[in-house]
Design a protein around this ligand. Structure first.
Ligand code: ZN
Length: 379
Protein backbone atom coordinates (compact mmCIF):
# COMPACT_ATOMS: atom_id res chain seq x y z
CA UNK A 1 0.00 0.00 0.00
CA UNK A 2 1.38 3.45 -0.93
CA UNK A 3 1.37 6.37 1.53
CA UNK A 4 -1.41 8.00 -0.50
CA UNK A 5 -3.54 4.84 -0.33
CA UNK A 6 -3.01 4.68 3.43
CA UNK A 7 -4.23 8.27 3.83
CA UNK A 8 -7.18 7.64 1.48
CA UNK A 9 -8.36 4.74 3.63
CA UNK A 10 -9.42 7.10 6.42
CA UNK A 11 -10.66 10.08 4.39
CA UNK A 12 -14.38 10.37 3.66
CA UNK A 13 -15.51 9.42 0.15
CA UNK A 14 -16.42 11.91 -2.56
CA UNK A 15 -19.54 11.54 -4.71
CA UNK A 16 -17.45 9.42 -7.07
CA UNK A 17 -16.58 6.85 -4.38
CA UNK A 18 -12.88 7.43 -3.69
CA UNK A 19 -11.98 10.58 -1.76
CA UNK A 20 -11.30 13.65 -3.89
CA UNK A 21 -9.01 16.66 -3.84
CA UNK A 22 -10.16 19.41 -6.19
CA UNK A 23 -6.92 20.93 -7.50
CA UNK A 24 -8.34 23.97 -9.30
CA UNK A 25 -11.25 26.11 -8.20
CA UNK A 26 -11.42 29.82 -8.79
CA UNK A 27 -12.05 32.62 -6.39
CA UNK A 28 -12.16 36.18 -7.65
CA UNK A 29 -11.44 39.62 -6.24
CA UNK A 30 -14.80 41.44 -6.58
CA UNK A 31 -13.19 44.87 -6.98
CA UNK A 32 -10.14 46.84 -5.93
CA UNK A 33 -12.08 48.21 -2.96
CA UNK A 34 -12.01 44.72 -1.39
CA UNK A 35 -8.20 44.71 -1.43
CA UNK A 36 -7.50 48.32 -0.41
CA UNK A 37 -7.95 47.72 3.35
CA UNK A 38 -5.20 45.07 3.13
CA UNK A 39 -2.68 47.46 1.52
CA UNK A 40 -0.26 49.31 3.77
CA UNK A 41 -0.84 53.03 4.42
CA UNK A 42 1.57 54.17 1.69
CA UNK A 43 -0.11 52.12 -1.02
CA UNK A 44 -3.60 52.98 0.17
CA UNK A 45 -2.68 56.66 -0.28
CA UNK A 46 -1.08 55.96 -3.68
CA UNK A 47 -4.15 54.12 -4.95
CA UNK A 48 -6.29 57.08 -3.93
CA UNK A 49 -3.97 59.78 -5.29
CA UNK A 50 -3.35 58.06 -8.62
CA UNK A 51 -7.00 57.06 -9.09
CA UNK A 52 -6.07 53.37 -9.27
CA UNK A 53 -9.01 52.61 -7.00
CA UNK A 54 -11.31 53.31 -9.94
CA UNK A 55 -9.62 50.78 -12.26
CA UNK A 56 -10.11 47.07 -12.80
CA UNK A 57 -7.17 44.72 -12.36
CA UNK A 58 -9.07 41.77 -13.83
CA UNK A 59 -7.04 39.33 -15.95
CA UNK A 60 -8.73 37.03 -18.38
CA UNK A 61 -8.19 35.15 -21.61
CA UNK A 62 -11.92 34.90 -22.22
CA UNK A 63 -14.47 37.67 -22.60
CA UNK A 64 -15.45 38.36 -18.96
CA UNK A 65 -19.20 38.08 -19.55
CA UNK A 66 -19.08 35.18 -22.02
CA UNK A 67 -20.87 31.96 -21.01
CA UNK A 68 -17.55 30.10 -20.76
CA UNK A 69 -16.43 32.36 -17.90
CA UNK A 70 -19.12 31.15 -15.49
CA UNK A 71 -21.72 28.38 -15.62
CA UNK A 72 -25.24 29.80 -15.30
CA UNK A 73 -25.98 27.86 -12.10
CA UNK A 74 -22.53 28.76 -10.70
CA UNK A 75 -22.97 32.52 -11.05
CA UNK A 76 -23.87 34.45 -7.90
CA UNK A 77 -27.05 36.54 -7.86
CA UNK A 78 -24.85 39.61 -8.02
CA UNK A 79 -21.17 40.11 -8.73
CA UNK A 80 -18.70 38.13 -10.84
CA UNK A 81 -18.37 34.32 -10.86
CA UNK A 82 -16.07 33.13 -8.08
CA UNK A 83 -16.82 35.95 -5.64
CA UNK A 84 -19.33 34.08 -3.44
CA UNK A 85 -17.96 31.76 -0.75
CA UNK A 86 -21.37 30.18 -0.02
CA UNK A 87 -21.71 29.19 -3.69
CA UNK A 88 -18.17 27.77 -3.77
CA UNK A 89 -19.00 25.66 -0.72
CA UNK A 90 -22.38 24.38 -1.91
CA UNK A 91 -21.63 23.92 -5.64
CA UNK A 92 -17.99 22.83 -5.63
CA UNK A 93 -16.82 21.50 -2.26
CA UNK A 94 -20.12 20.03 -0.97
CA UNK A 95 -21.43 19.00 -4.39
CA UNK A 96 -18.39 16.81 -5.09
CA UNK A 97 -17.78 16.11 -1.36
CA UNK A 98 -14.13 17.03 -1.91
CA UNK A 99 -11.91 16.76 1.15
CA UNK A 100 -9.86 19.74 0.01
CA UNK A 101 -10.18 22.32 -2.78
CA UNK A 102 -7.27 24.48 -3.95
CA UNK A 103 -8.26 28.02 -4.87
CA UNK A 104 -6.47 29.99 -7.55
CA UNK A 105 -7.18 33.71 -7.48
CA UNK A 106 -5.92 35.15 -10.77
CA UNK A 107 -5.77 38.93 -10.74
CA UNK A 108 -3.68 41.68 -12.24
CA UNK A 109 -1.41 42.38 -9.27
CA UNK A 110 1.03 39.68 -10.28
CA UNK A 111 1.80 41.31 -13.64
CA UNK A 112 1.75 45.05 -12.89
CA UNK A 113 4.63 46.90 -14.62
CA UNK A 114 5.88 48.40 -11.33
CA UNK A 115 7.61 45.70 -9.28
CA UNK A 116 6.93 47.52 -6.01
CA UNK A 117 3.24 48.03 -6.73
CA UNK A 118 2.91 44.42 -7.90
CA UNK A 119 4.51 43.18 -4.67
CA UNK A 120 2.21 45.40 -2.56
CA UNK A 121 -0.91 44.17 -4.34
CA UNK A 122 0.15 40.51 -4.10
CA UNK A 123 0.81 40.94 -0.36
CA UNK A 124 -2.62 42.46 0.14
CA UNK A 125 -4.29 39.83 -2.03
CA UNK A 126 -2.71 36.94 -0.12
CA UNK A 127 -3.79 38.45 3.21
CA UNK A 128 -7.30 38.96 1.78
CA UNK A 129 -7.41 35.31 0.63
CA UNK A 130 -6.33 34.11 4.10
CA UNK A 131 -8.84 36.27 5.97
CA UNK A 132 -11.87 36.27 3.68
CA UNK A 133 -11.68 32.71 2.33
CA UNK A 134 -9.32 30.35 4.19
CA UNK A 135 -10.36 31.52 7.67
CA UNK A 136 -14.00 30.90 6.73
CA UNK A 137 -13.76 27.49 5.04
CA UNK A 138 -11.46 24.86 6.57
CA UNK A 139 -11.49 22.62 3.49
CA UNK A 140 -10.12 25.40 1.30
CA UNK A 141 -6.44 25.78 0.39
CA UNK A 142 -4.86 28.41 -1.84
CA UNK A 143 -1.93 29.39 -4.04
CA UNK A 144 0.43 32.17 -3.01
CA UNK A 145 0.18 35.05 -5.46
CA UNK A 146 3.60 36.54 -6.35
CA UNK A 147 4.86 39.46 -8.47
CA UNK A 148 6.05 37.68 -11.60
CA UNK A 149 8.29 40.47 -12.87
CA UNK A 150 10.73 40.33 -9.96
CA UNK A 151 11.89 36.98 -8.55
CA UNK A 152 13.48 38.60 -5.47
CA UNK A 153 10.19 40.19 -4.43
CA UNK A 154 8.34 36.96 -5.29
CA UNK A 155 10.63 35.03 -2.94
CA UNK A 156 10.03 37.63 -0.20
CA UNK A 157 6.30 37.02 -0.50
CA UNK A 158 6.76 33.23 -0.47
CA UNK A 159 8.85 33.55 2.71
CA UNK A 160 6.22 35.81 4.30
CA UNK A 161 3.37 33.37 3.59
CA UNK A 162 5.09 29.97 3.72
CA UNK A 163 4.46 29.56 7.46
CA UNK A 164 0.73 29.27 6.75
CA UNK A 165 0.20 25.66 5.65
CA UNK A 166 -3.09 26.49 4.02
CA UNK A 167 -1.07 27.90 1.11
CA UNK A 168 0.01 24.80 -0.81
CA UNK A 169 1.49 26.16 -4.04
CA UNK A 170 2.90 29.27 -5.70
CA UNK A 171 0.82 30.62 -8.58
CA UNK A 172 2.44 31.68 -11.86
CA UNK A 173 0.98 32.37 -15.31
CA UNK A 174 2.13 30.27 -18.24
CA UNK A 175 2.44 33.27 -20.58
CA UNK A 176 5.13 35.75 -19.65
CA UNK A 177 7.85 37.85 -21.19
CA UNK A 178 10.34 35.06 -20.51
CA UNK A 179 9.90 31.32 -20.80
CA UNK A 180 9.50 29.71 -17.38
CA UNK A 181 12.72 27.70 -17.49
CA UNK A 182 14.91 30.84 -17.63
CA UNK A 183 17.38 31.27 -14.74
CA UNK A 184 15.70 34.49 -13.58
CA UNK A 185 12.80 32.45 -12.20
CA UNK A 186 14.94 29.89 -10.37
CA UNK A 187 14.91 31.62 -6.96
CA UNK A 188 11.12 31.14 -6.98
CA UNK A 189 11.55 27.43 -7.66
CA UNK A 190 14.21 27.13 -4.96
CA UNK A 191 11.92 28.73 -2.36
CA UNK A 192 8.97 26.57 -3.41
CA UNK A 193 10.97 23.36 -3.21
CA UNK A 194 12.42 24.33 0.18
CA UNK A 195 8.97 24.98 1.65
CA UNK A 196 7.19 21.94 0.15
CA UNK A 197 5.10 24.13 -2.17
CA UNK A 198 4.20 23.10 -5.72
CA UNK A 199 4.53 25.61 -8.54
CA UNK A 200 1.17 26.06 -10.25
CA UNK A 201 1.27 27.44 -13.77
CA UNK A 202 -2.22 28.52 -14.68
CA UNK A 203 -3.50 29.49 -18.10
CA UNK A 204 -3.17 33.25 -18.36
CA UNK A 205 -0.66 35.91 -19.21
CA UNK A 206 0.45 39.48 -18.75
CA UNK A 207 -0.42 40.32 -22.39
CA UNK A 208 3.19 41.50 -22.66
CA UNK A 209 4.28 38.36 -24.44
CA UNK A 210 3.95 36.93 -27.95
CA UNK A 211 1.80 33.85 -27.24
CA UNK A 212 1.92 32.78 -30.87
CA UNK A 213 4.48 33.80 -33.49
CA UNK A 214 3.22 37.36 -33.01
CA UNK A 215 0.48 39.32 -31.31
CA UNK A 216 -3.15 38.40 -31.97
CA UNK A 217 -6.21 40.63 -31.96
CA UNK A 218 -8.93 38.67 -30.20
CA UNK A 219 -9.78 36.83 -27.00
CA UNK A 220 -10.27 33.75 -29.20
CA UNK A 221 -6.66 33.76 -30.37
CA UNK A 222 -5.31 34.32 -26.87
CA UNK A 223 -7.53 31.61 -25.38
CA UNK A 224 -6.52 28.96 -27.93
CA UNK A 225 -2.85 30.02 -27.76
CA UNK A 226 -2.69 29.19 -24.04
CA UNK A 227 -2.24 25.55 -25.11
CA UNK A 228 0.85 26.46 -27.15
CA UNK A 229 2.21 28.47 -24.24
CA UNK A 230 1.98 25.40 -21.98
CA UNK A 231 3.80 23.30 -24.56
CA UNK A 232 6.67 25.76 -24.96
CA UNK A 233 6.72 26.31 -21.18
CA UNK A 234 7.09 22.59 -20.59
CA UNK A 235 9.94 22.29 -23.09
CA UNK A 236 11.64 25.29 -21.48
CA UNK A 237 11.40 23.94 -17.91
CA UNK A 238 12.93 20.60 -18.90
CA UNK A 239 15.53 21.90 -21.37
CA UNK A 240 16.85 24.64 -19.09
CA UNK A 241 17.39 22.05 -16.34
CA UNK A 242 14.91 23.23 -13.70
CA UNK A 243 14.17 19.67 -12.57
CA UNK A 244 17.85 18.70 -12.48
CA UNK A 245 18.51 21.67 -10.20
CA UNK A 246 15.39 21.18 -8.03
CA UNK A 247 14.78 17.42 -7.92
CA UNK A 248 11.92 17.62 -5.41
CA UNK A 249 9.98 20.29 -7.32
CA UNK A 250 6.47 19.52 -8.57
CA UNK A 251 4.91 21.70 -11.25
CA UNK A 252 1.14 21.74 -11.86
CA UNK A 253 -0.32 22.97 -15.15
CA UNK A 254 -3.89 24.21 -14.60
CA UNK A 255 -6.33 24.56 -17.48
CA UNK A 256 -3.69 23.37 -19.92
CA UNK A 257 -5.81 20.47 -21.14
CA UNK A 258 -4.21 17.01 -21.19
CA UNK A 259 -4.66 15.50 -24.66
CA UNK A 260 -1.80 17.53 -26.16
CA UNK A 261 0.79 16.02 -23.84
CA UNK A 262 1.47 12.52 -25.30
CA UNK A 263 2.24 13.69 -28.89
CA UNK A 264 4.24 16.62 -27.53
CA UNK A 265 6.37 14.31 -25.38
CA UNK A 266 6.89 11.94 -28.28
CA UNK A 267 8.31 14.81 -30.34
CA UNK A 268 10.35 16.12 -27.40
CA UNK A 269 11.97 12.71 -26.76
CA UNK A 270 12.71 12.20 -30.44
CA UNK A 271 14.37 15.60 -30.85
CA UNK A 272 16.26 15.33 -27.56
CA UNK A 273 17.88 12.06 -28.69
CA UNK A 274 19.36 13.88 -31.66
CA UNK A 275 20.62 17.03 -29.91
CA UNK A 276 20.99 16.07 -26.27
CA UNK A 277 24.66 17.06 -26.13
CA UNK A 278 23.36 20.63 -25.91
CA UNK A 279 21.67 19.97 -22.56
CA UNK A 280 23.92 17.60 -20.59
CA UNK A 281 21.76 18.07 -17.46
CA UNK A 282 18.83 16.37 -19.20
CA UNK A 283 19.97 12.87 -18.36
CA UNK A 284 16.67 11.05 -18.95
CA UNK A 285 14.26 11.21 -21.89
CA UNK A 286 12.15 14.36 -21.35
CA UNK A 287 8.98 12.28 -21.10
CA UNK A 288 10.42 10.53 -18.02
CA UNK A 289 11.30 13.86 -16.39
CA UNK A 290 7.82 15.21 -17.08
CA UNK A 291 6.18 12.10 -15.61
CA UNK A 292 8.25 12.57 -12.44
CA UNK A 293 7.69 16.31 -11.99
CA UNK A 294 4.74 17.72 -13.95
CA UNK A 295 1.03 17.34 -13.21
CA UNK A 296 -1.98 18.51 -15.24
CA UNK A 297 -5.43 19.35 -13.89
CA UNK A 298 -8.34 17.52 -15.50
CA UNK A 299 -10.92 20.19 -16.40
CA UNK A 300 -11.40 21.64 -18.95
CA UNK A 301 -10.67 18.36 -20.76
CA UNK A 302 -9.51 18.89 -24.36
CA UNK A 303 -10.75 15.62 -25.84
CA UNK A 304 -13.81 14.50 -27.83
CA UNK A 305 -16.81 13.44 -25.80
CA UNK A 306 -16.54 9.66 -26.19
CA UNK A 307 -16.12 6.67 -23.89
CA UNK A 308 -12.58 5.68 -22.97
CA UNK A 309 -10.97 8.98 -24.01
CA UNK A 310 -9.13 9.62 -20.74
CA UNK A 311 -7.97 5.99 -20.45
CA UNK A 312 -6.45 6.27 -23.95
CA UNK A 313 -4.63 9.50 -23.10
CA UNK A 314 -3.20 7.90 -19.95
CA UNK A 315 -2.23 4.82 -21.95
CA UNK A 316 -0.34 7.00 -24.47
CA UNK A 317 1.31 8.90 -21.61
CA UNK A 318 2.50 5.68 -20.03
CA UNK A 319 1.72 6.94 -16.52
CA UNK A 320 -1.37 7.19 -14.33
CA UNK A 321 0.38 9.71 -12.03
CA UNK A 322 0.18 12.84 -14.16
CA UNK A 323 -3.48 13.98 -14.06
CA UNK A 324 -5.09 15.68 -11.05
CA UNK A 325 -8.84 16.01 -10.47
CA UNK A 326 -10.23 19.53 -10.83
CA UNK A 327 -13.74 20.90 -11.13
CA UNK A 328 -12.57 24.29 -12.45
CA UNK A 329 -15.49 25.91 -10.62
CA UNK A 330 -17.08 28.25 -11.73
CA UNK A 331 -16.10 27.87 -15.39
CA UNK A 332 -18.52 26.15 -17.77
CA UNK A 333 -16.95 22.88 -18.93
CA UNK A 334 -19.69 20.32 -18.21
CA UNK A 335 -23.12 20.06 -16.60
CA UNK A 336 -24.05 19.04 -13.06
CA UNK A 337 -21.21 17.16 -11.36
CA UNK A 338 -20.10 15.34 -14.51
CA UNK A 339 -16.44 16.29 -14.08
CA UNK A 340 -14.86 12.81 -14.15
CA UNK A 341 -15.02 10.95 -17.50
CA UNK A 342 -14.03 7.62 -15.93
CA UNK A 343 -15.55 4.59 -14.26
CA UNK A 344 -15.45 5.91 -10.68
CA UNK A 345 -14.52 2.54 -9.19
CA UNK A 346 -11.47 2.15 -11.45
CA UNK A 347 -7.91 2.31 -10.14
CA UNK A 348 -7.25 5.23 -12.50
CA UNK A 349 -10.15 7.23 -11.05
CA UNK A 350 -8.78 6.76 -7.56
CA UNK A 351 -5.34 7.96 -8.67
CA UNK A 352 -6.71 11.04 -10.42
CA UNK A 353 -9.20 11.95 -7.68
CA UNK A 354 -6.88 11.64 -4.72
CA UNK A 355 -3.58 9.77 -4.74
CA UNK A 356 -1.85 11.95 -7.34
CA UNK A 357 -2.72 15.12 -5.43
CA UNK A 358 -1.40 13.63 -2.18
CA UNK A 359 1.91 12.92 -3.92
CA UNK A 360 1.99 16.46 -5.40
CA UNK A 361 1.06 18.53 -2.34
CA UNK A 362 3.02 17.44 0.77
CA UNK A 363 1.24 20.05 2.90
CA UNK A 364 -2.15 18.53 2.12
CA UNK A 365 -0.81 15.02 2.76
CA UNK A 366 0.49 16.13 6.19
CA UNK A 367 -2.84 17.75 7.10
CA UNK A 368 -4.94 14.74 6.12
CA UNK A 369 -2.55 12.43 7.93
CA UNK A 370 -3.04 14.48 11.09
CA UNK A 371 -6.85 14.56 10.86
CA UNK A 372 -8.50 12.80 7.89
CA UNK A 373 -11.95 14.26 8.63
CA UNK A 374 -11.02 17.83 9.56
CA UNK A 375 -7.59 18.59 8.11
CA UNK A 376 -6.36 21.43 10.27
CA UNK A 377 -4.39 23.59 7.83
CA UNK A 378 -1.93 24.98 10.35
CA UNK A 379 -1.34 28.72 10.19
ZN1 ZN B 1 -8.44 27.20 -13.49
Amino acid sequence: MTAAEAIAASVRPSIFGPPAIDCDVHIAVPSISAIIPYLDAYWQAQFKMRGIERLSLGLTSAPPNAPISGRPDWRPAKGAPGTDLALLKSEAINAFRSSIAIANCIWGGMVLPSDDMAAAVCRAQNDWIAKEWLDREPRLRASIIVPLGNAGLAVEEIERRAGDNRFVQVLMLIGGQDLPGKRGFWPIYEAAERHGLAIGFHAGSSYHHPPMAGYGSTFTEDYVAQAFAFETGLVSLVSEGVFAKYPQLKVVFSESGVAWLPPSLWRFDKTWRGVRAETPWVKLPPSEIVKNHVRLTLQPLDAPDEAGRLERIVDHLGSDRVILFSSDFPHWNYEGTDALPLVPSSALARRILFDNAIETYPRIAADLLQDPQHPPGRQ
